[in-house]
Design a binder for this molecule. Sequence first.
Ligand code: NAD
Length: 363
Amino acid sequence: MTYRIAVLPGDGVGPEVVAQGVKVLCALEAPFGIRCELQEGLVGGAAIDATGDPLPEATLQLCRDSQAVLFGSVGGPKWDDLPPDKRPERGLLRLRQALDLFANLRPAKLYNALIEASSLRPEVVQGIDLLVVRELVGGIYFGQPRGIEPDASGERGINTMSYSSAEIARIARLAFDLARRRRGRVTSVDKANVLDVSVLWRREVTELAGGYDDVELEHQYVDNCAMQLIRDPRQFDVIVTSNLFGDILSDVAAMLTGSIGMLPSASLGGTVGVFEPVHGSAPDIAGQGIANPIATVNSVAMMLQYALDESHAAQAVESAVERVLNQGYRTADVMRPGATQVGTAEMGDLVCAALNDTAASAG
Ligand code: NAD
């Protein structure tokens, strides 16, 4: 099979880690017969510098004409003083809206080899395997009215959190469908003791659960969920929540597993999905060749699974990553005494080599 993939490296460590994701995609040809036509596009600060727009029309068109998008990261100090509408991050928000990517999937799975990299005790984190399903194009990040306006005391900042029944139902349905393919448990997270929008959220999710007898539904308030993620993260299978709560909780879940450099994500909804590491452009380490590319490599695995329906290849990529970690190779962010420290490109090469070895021994 030949797939058309748009590659948007972006800023900071984005190009460094995306190059490793591309290597892995190319390494799938021999063992799996998967060929990718890769075409690069500008996004974020790189696009602002070249065109004045963080999401040029040509990039958007490239994404629309592709079967999936591999995205790096955007942003950095160089563009921090631009007005909010012109900043690199706005390019990503616009891309999500234009492609109607209403769901962001962030798995957090602990590799046994990295158990010591977590800030929590091994007995608390061993075996974590959860998926945060975050609503991505609604809620307080997009609600109107918004802005800063004068008032009697000086100024007032305003944002609005709003969800329609339809917006809640479509993200909840996806969470229930995903739970069916996992351990059959959904935790819906809201703040229904305080927020009206959460009362509607809880009502809609409960109603939808009636059609999923095989999935167990639990509701948690967001503050309790944050606490439970630290106290006993193994209780969770699928967590479904709004844009703002999901943004925060998925970063908490991220740290349970050791490093944000390990965590992939998929944004789904419309016809073309975007696959990207959870982390940002990491300006503090950009250009040093030390960023962990595994989040991006695992995002390629999610692309194979969710966009290209190549689940064997997806599993092979995940196994290759695990194999390299079991062999004791680590990037600086998850380094421990006795392990072998490698840079970004070397880690990409090791995963490709492990992929070939795994395929050779299977074949
Ligand atoms: P960040 O995720 O870029 O970095 C947070 C910390 O994690 C830093 O110490 C960084 O060195 C480390 N880190 C991140 N990725 C890593 C990797 N692959 N390997 C090893 N260590 C890694 O978050 P930030 O510092 O808050 O944001 C930096 C810039 O990125 C900002 O401009 C922000 O707006 C942008 N950002 C972009 C995205 C995106 O493109 N999706 C997401 C978050 C932040």
